[in-house]
Design a binder for this molecule. Structure first.
Ligand code: FES
Length: 652
């Protein structure tokens, strides 16, 4: 009689195994993705499976003592201590008795898919670089002179196949007490870089159940955003953002490079400021998630080239002048503590994605990792809107990239009533084309300003200013309502027919909110605000247009708007402004914070690091700073929506 047939779902992997073979053993032999930290000792419960067809043998009486139980003594003990869901078995304890179909639930798969936030986003396959392993180490023997570390290395090799790991001195210093306290059983935390030998990060006595955490950081010129992730489940435990304190040295990147050029030691000042902020962000996010920062064993940082150099402690002056040479364009794997992330685990590692070129950084690489324009049939334009916009254009044949200095206006800075996206900020606005009256919504309230109950609903936050998406909509709505001409000039009360267009110096401003009855500030859109938005949108459009010229096309198939507030930008208003090239509105989608998502992918999926390093070598970089056509496009794009491009989709 042949051995029982075992089929694993959802992988479909199958094979015949002798009666009595543990399910975990069968899974390993077939290459089934079934997790294990304790190596089959019935301690970690990561190997849970469900028999979908067929049964495993019953074992004695249940814990309740009244019936035959599916569980053996180890499983029953585990259930008593921590609980094991009904119908589940520990794969390391259940043995094959007859033909069986075994389901491996997502939480037992090492490489499970983590669903990204937006429905349109692809899932992230879990493949973290850092894992924990429970190891039984042989006790010392008078007749065997090998050290405790050598016996640990032998056990790691025999149990887990881990060879040649690097062992930092502080980890070695913890080994002997941990082995003795754990009665020769220890949990070892091992970092497996995608391109180098494994490295021991920690050793602790017995079975260490504390969560392994990672931090994905999008280090922008204006804001620094972080996502704290569970490295096993992929779950985002908390997200937070803080202002980049380097703003006091200059609003945009070039002014920070100038600061470094003009002030001896200025680069070191900025390095210190950003490193302090990174560690503060790590502490704030950990506090929000109610976890210890010491559990964070890895971080990934994506940023533009100037931030890249400054956080690394490299002088950015070469990035301020042609040929914009980077100190290094390769990815980097470093000790997190070397970048000021001192509250993380003392051996935590940090991975920085590669830079594409002197003005196109690791943040653009992260956008490429997240949006994968090089894997698309359709010619896709990805615009990551920020103080410095990253723009990618491509399909399977070719991908081009550039960056464009849009300035901070889209983030609410340099706008008279501008503010960061926070409760109380106007994020949506409509202006009636007949009455010229505005209605708006603020972050943190679902009501429109003319809905009954709006004042009560916003009593706590008030109406405090306009954020990036709000100012984009405000300018576009003003244009559609006839309050602005194509050159961006705000008309007078007589010209527009509304007293909301009030004089302001020698120009005019449009009153959005008069501050009553909430006692908050008067909120207007001034001529200066319009000019700031025109400059920012012209830079964005000119960058996109330059890539289209280089690609030899007049239109694209898809436009993806990304950025910290990219998801909140209305495609219609972006097109009315001429921020983006003309395209059917249905072809314009939002991707949220693509650079942040790219950082999260690199954090959770080790293989993606090798992948993006390869992709970056194939991206063609276009330099906006020295390209005369950029200036031409910039000037023509100053008009709303554009001086010469027809924008036929707007007429549909
Ligand atoms: Fe750890 Fe089964 S492998 S409980």
């Amino acid at each position: 009689m042949s051995d029982p047939l075992v089929i694993f779902t959802p992988s479909g992997k199958r094979g015949r195994f002798p009666v009595g073979t543990p399910v975990l053993t069968a899974a390993r032999q077939l290459g089934v993705d079934l997790d294990s930290v304790c190596g089959g000792r019935g301690i970690c419960s990561r190997c849970q499976v469900t028999p979908a067809f067929g049964e495993f043998p019953k074992h004695g009486v249940s814990v309740a003592g009244d019936a035959l139980s599916d569980w053996n003594a180890v499983e029953a003990r585990y259930d008593e201590k921590r609980g094991l869901p009904a119908g589940r078995r520990l794969g390391c304890q259940a043995t094959i008795q007859s033909d069986v179909v075994i389901d491996v639930p997502p939480e037992s798969q090492v490489h499970r898919q983590v669903v990204r936030k937006a429905a349109t986003e692809r899932a992230i396959e879990m493949d973290p670089a850092t894992h924990r392993y429970l190891v039984d180490v042989a006790e010392p023997d008078m007749h065997d002179p090998s050290g405790d570390l050598q016996r640990l290395e032998t056990a790691l090799g025999e149990t887990w196949g881990i060879q040649g790991a690097e062992v930092p001195l502080p980890v070695l210093a913890k080994l002997q007490p941990a082995l003795r306290k754990g009665n020769w059983q220890v949990t070892v935390t091992v970092h497996h870089p995608h391109d180098g030998p494994p490295r021991l990060l920690d050793v602790s006595p017995g079975f260490d159940e504390r969560p392994l955490l990672g931090l994905a950081i999008d280090l922008g010129s204006t804001t620094i955003a972080g996502h704290l992730c569970n490295l096993r489940s992929g779950e985002v435990l908390a997200s937070a953002g803080i202002m980049n304190p380097q703003i006091r040295f200059g609003e945009d990147l070039m002014s920070r490079v100038s600061y470094a050029m003009l002030n001896p030691g200025g680069d070191a000042e900025m390095t210190k400021a950003v490193r302090v902020a990174l560690d503060q962000l790590a502490r704030e996010i950990a506090a929000e998630a109610a976890v210890e920062t010491g559990g964070i064993v890895e971080s990934v940082i994506v940023c533009n080239p100037v931030m890249h150099h400054l956080v690394l402690g490299l002088d950015p002056v070469e990035l301020g002048q042609a040929p914009f040479a980077l100190a290094t364009s390769d990815s980097l794997s470093l000790a997190a503590a070397d970048l000021g992330l001192t509250s993380l685990h003392p051996q935590a590692r940090t991975y920085l994605l590669p830079c594409i070129a002197g003005h196109v950084g690791a943040d653009a690489a992260a956008v490429a990792l997240s949006e994968e324009p090089g894997n698309q049939e359709a010619l896709t334009l990805v615009i990551d809107v920020g103080t410095n916009a990253e723009i990618l254009l491509g399909n399977r044949d070719r991908v081009l990239a550039c960056s464009s200095p849009t300035g901070p206006a889209f983030e609410g800075a340099q706008i008279s009533s501008g503010q960061r996206a926070a409760p109380g900020a106007i994020e949506r606005i409509e202006i009636d084309p007949t009455t010229k009256e505005p209605r708006f919504r603020v972050i943190g309230c679902d009501l429109w300003s003319d809905d009954p109950g709006f004042a009560a609903a916003t009593a706590v936050t008030g109406v405090t200013g306009i954020c990036g998406s709000g100012i984009i909509e405000a300018v576009a709505e003003m244009r559609m309502a006839g309050l602005l001409d194509a050159s961006g000039l705000i008309g007078s009360a007589e010209q527009t027919g509304t007293s909301r267009c009030e004089p302001e110096g020698r120009t005019h401003a449009y009153l959005v909110h008069d501050g009553t009855p909430d006692g908050g500030p008067r909120i207007t859109v001034t001529q200066g605000d319009i000019r700031a938005i025109q400059l920012a949108k012209s830079a964005l459009y000119a960058g996109a247009r330059l890539l289209m010229d280089e690609m030899g096309v007049d239109s694209v198939d898809r436009i993806v708007l990304a950025g910290a507030f990219g998801a909140h930008i209305s495609p219609k208003h972006a097109m009315v402004l001429g921020m983006i090239p003309d395209a059917p509105l249905a072809a314009v989608t939002s991707a949220g914070n693509a650079a942040g998502t790219g950082a999260r992918i690199a954090l959770l999926n080790r293989a993606s690091r090798g992948r993006i390093e390869q992709v970056v070598r194939q991206i063609t970089k276009v330099e906006t700073a020295i390209e005369p056509r950029f200036q031409e496009h910039f000037v023509a794009a100053n008009a709303l929506p554009h001086a010469t491009a027809p924008f036929p989709e707007l007429r549909r």
